[in-house]
Design a protein around this ligand. Structure first.
Ligand code: NDP
Length: 471
């Protein structure tokens, strides 16, 4: 029962993924830089240890795998991946395949695929979402590669992935870096989902005076409605949890400085490269950046005074907040899917849009019931922005007023709701037939002779700006 499979990197994700792979009946060799971690991993593997072949050196590891080998890397993204590939290079042979399953920047994956062109072995990049629990019991897998790579790895990836109504949450996204690109946008959307939930929490806590338990009650109720999702579910659990030290609500002792590993930032940067507007995700990344500046925020409160934040009684209720979050979520996903569509066209990837929504329905952090409707909408109205597809047009018509009420009421009291507000502004722009961009065009023609188009379609010589005619 010699394995064809191997996995390098028995950290949080790698260990869980190796156990998942073994549990599905596959033999797999494992290697970790620090040998004691491998020992501890094997000791924890229980009955699955029989399918696992631990190796002490990389040479031993490669020798333990029968060619053609498929070797999964689960190490930190960046130079560590390049280093691992360099170490594997002399040990691999024709037909071998290296699979980077970490959170690589898609441009790195594209480069590695290019660099492999002259090598005996092949390389593919797959995005894996779901955290440790997902990796252990079924993640969502966004694969990048050729049809041949998918033919080879697809059955395994489908077997270890999460299922939604028996459908595997794993699919081929497209060639090269396509899988890691989709994973990146997934993470951008994750930032936005989390931020919008946090903003409704802020309205409840600071505006409506809710204690943590009342917040938990609200999220639990929302999790039984259209917002049903993993992130709403865990937000309820988080709000309910007690601090083991003080016995008070856990949330109340957690410092309001949010961390990040950078995938949200990458999403925003790539959106700019593609000239696509994803303001909800941008606002979410910005909010995390701003949250880190605790000293400045405390200084701001001293210098300018903190805003009152408490809302007039009855000005907002949880039903309105729920509708606002529904609207914000639709707008955020509309932007995220538009970004994916733009990348698909720009890079000739032919991304399977409905399949992206389908494999996000389970296993990953942004899994939610709404993604089921999104998968259907993207299949029925390909190429159409989600806000123009059924049932989201009707849902937005119903919920947009609640989003406006939430944003204006919160803003009037000084509660910052940057992501919800960004969603609303995007939506307002999307329904404005005449924006003030005519002013921008006139300014550009004035100082730079950049030209403009006329609304009557007539020839448009430079405007009567006097000096600009000299350009
Ligand atoms: P961990 O920090 O838990 O594990 C890192 C692993 O990489 C360890 O096995 C470590 O070995 C190894 N490693 C680190 N540096 C080197 C090096 N220079 N050379 C060789 N091996 C090295 O990370 P995670 O499991 O959390 O993450 C792994 C990848 O998965 C990352 O790309 C991450 O972004 C991605 N990911 C993580 C998720 C999560 O929820 N944690 C979710 C989705 C993706 P050693 O024991 O010797 O230190």
């Amino acid at each position: 029962n010699a394995p064809h499979l191997g996995l390098i990197g028995l950290g949080t994700m790698g260990a869980a993924l190796a156990l998942n792979i073994a549990e599905k009946g596959n033999a797999i060799a494992v290697f970790n830089r620090t040998g004691s971690v491998t020992d501890a991993f094997m000791a924890s593997a229980g009955a699955l240890a029989g399918r696992l072949t631990p190796a002490r050196t990389l040479e031993e590891f490669v020798a333990a795998i029968t060619p053609p080998r498929s070797i999964i890397l689960m190490v930190p993204a960046g130079p560590v991946v390049d280093d691992q590939i360099a170490r594997l290079r002399p040990l691999l042979g024709p037909g071998d395949l290296v699979i980077d399953a970490g959170n690589a920047n898609y441009t790195d994956t594209e480069r590695r695929v290019r660099d492999c062109a002259g090598e005996a072995f092949d390389f593919m990049g797959i995005g894996v979402s779901g955290g440790e629990d997902g990796a252990r019991h079924g993640p969502s897998i966004m694969a990048g590669g050729d049809a041949a790579h998918w033919q080879r790895m697809g059955p395994l990836l489908e077997a270890i992935s999460a299922k939604y109504n028996d459908e595997p949450c794993a699919a081929l996204m497209g060639p090269g870096g396509a899988g890691h690109f989709v994973k990146m946008v997934h993470n951008g959307i994750e930032y936005a989902d989390m931020q919008m939930i946090a903003e409704t929490y802020s309205v409840m806590r600071d505006g409506m005076g809710f204690a943590a338990d009342a917040v938990a009650d609200t999220f639990e109720a929302w999790n039984r409605g259209p917002l049903a999702s993993y992130l709403i579910e865990i937000s309820g659990k988080v709000a309910r949890a007690a601090d083991p030290i003080t016995g008070g609500p856990m949330l109340d002792v957690i410092l309001d400085k949010a961390g990040q590993k950078g995938t949200g930032r990458w999403t925003v940067i790539e959106a700019q490269h593609l000239a696509v507007a994803i303001p909800v995700i941008e606002a979410a990344v910005g909010a995390r950046n701003l949250s880190a500046r605790l000293d400045d925020r405390q200084k701001g409160a001293r210098v300018f005074g903190a805003m009152p934040q408490s809302l007039p009684t009855g000005s907002l209720d949880t039903a309105t907040l729920e509708q606002a979050l529904i609207a914000g979520k639709i707008l955020c996903y509309a932007q995220g899917f538009e970004m994916l569509a733009r990348a698909s066209a720009q890079f000739s990837w032919d991304l399977p849009m409905p399949a992206i929504a389908r494999i996000w329905r389970n296993g990953c952090i942004i899994r939610s019931e709404m993604l089921n409707d999104m998968a259907r909408a993207l299949a029925e109205a390909p190429g159409e922005n989600l806000i123009f597809a059924s049932p989201f047009t009707a849902m937005l018509r119903e919920s947009a007023a609640a989003l406006r009420k939430t944003v204006t009421t919160a803003t009037a009291a000084g509660i910052a709701v940057p992501a919800l507000a960004a969603g609303l502004s995007w939506f307002d722009t999307m329904r404005t037939p005449r924006t003030p961009a005519n002013m921008i065009q006139a300014q550009r023609d004035f100082f730079g002779a950049h030209g403009y188009e006329r609304i009557d379609g007539k020839d448009a010589p430079h405007g009567p700006w006097g000096h600009a005619a000299a350009h």
